[in-house]
Write a protein of this length. Sequence first.
Length: 239
Amino acid sequence: MIYILDLLEFQVLAAARKMEAYYGFAREEPARQEVYYTVYQMVRSGILKKEGDGLVIQQPFSGFIGRIASSPGVLVADRGQYALPRQCVYFADGQYVCVENCRQEGSGVSLCAMEEEEFLLQLQELNQLPKPRLDEEIGAYDFAGYWKGHIQEELWETLQSGVREETEEYLGYGQVHSVFTMRDKVSGAISRRMVLVGLPLEYCMALQDIQKPGEASLEPYTREKAWEVLKSWWKDGEG
């Protein structure tokens, strides 16, 4: 089930667990009266419950916030051309928690918990992991030569810069279909990135790793390969 919150409601939940400084959570500080009214509304709706002298976050929101706090990092999924939704995905206790910017003006977020199969299906339905263009294997093919001849020169140069470039540098390129980054959940520092480049023959996966500075590793795309890459980031983070 997907739960939609106003941005200020989400900030109140984050602040209650001292997570307001997490990557993507910080916003302009709201007026005090706005916070008071929002807390009042959250008590009325059952998100918060008064217990003794304090307020306690109720399920399922306490579970969402707890998994976010326990997650080793945050996976950020962006679409090319800055298209929404933009997702921040956390993983802990065998479940993924997706925090999604679900409105164009950025004033609302959605929260949901997913098992592995549900998360993969969502990435496919949102076209963040697109359907491959090739229906069958084409045998031995010089993909490396094809990529070098068809990836835009400016994009190619940006890919060589490694993870030090922010994701926003990629999203304006017409050939960029989607970008996945694994970040430190507090500082937002990037440790790994996968750029899906849309080319006429087939998509290409450009992989960057902070441990391997220099040019990106380019690989043929399939949904299965891309999914295995994303899952490996979580395993490495837990280690």
